[in-house]
Design a protein. Sequence first.
Length: 240
Amino acid sequence: MKKAVIILSIITLSCMQSYKAFGQTVRNDTVFLLEKYYPNGDGKPWYHAVFIDTNKKSRFYDQISDFNMNEYHQSHYNWSVENLREKKIALTKRKITGLPLRWIILYQYKGNFYTYKPSEFSPHLMVNITDTAFIDKVVEGPVANKIIDFTQTDDKTFQFKLTGAYAQNRTLIIHIIDNKNGIAVFEDSYYRFGEEEKRFYLMISADKIKNLPIIVNYCAEMRTNEFDFDEPDFDKLLNK
């Protein structure tokens, strides 16, 4: 049903086109990191803005934390399950306790943490841990990974042994660095194309996203380049 291996969204996040904000303005208590009108062929310019939204009732929080599957997502998820079956790997129930089960990608900008409503949702990383699978939402859609093993080192450290269609022999360690706000560093090691790779990325518990402001990349007319966040100092965050 599917083509060759597609790179995990945690990798494509670092490869997306992006831009930097060269200043900011404040209007009606809203901080704009970028605001611009672009010319259009019909003479009507299209509007693009990147702004910080602190309204806890903002619809953008709901948009970035929607775990419902549309028809296409369900099809891709079913494919990932079938891929495991073809390899004689069965999903089995496991009891996962002690940590949040739904996670959303998190970013840093000028030393502060932000959630993010992207222009294009395809690379928006989400994780859903169920009693049968560790589900990454990657560019093509949700992917079921078999939970081979799960251990809790202490009240802030959790380790998963996983395997799936896009990453094999995978070890994912969740380091909770801010329990109040549900913030964690994900340390993800896996084999891809026969070579071992490791990535660190920030995640936040889905039920805590309104604890933090959200940066919104807004354009009603078309997709735009994604905002260029700072690269976190993961050594500092993990040793904090």
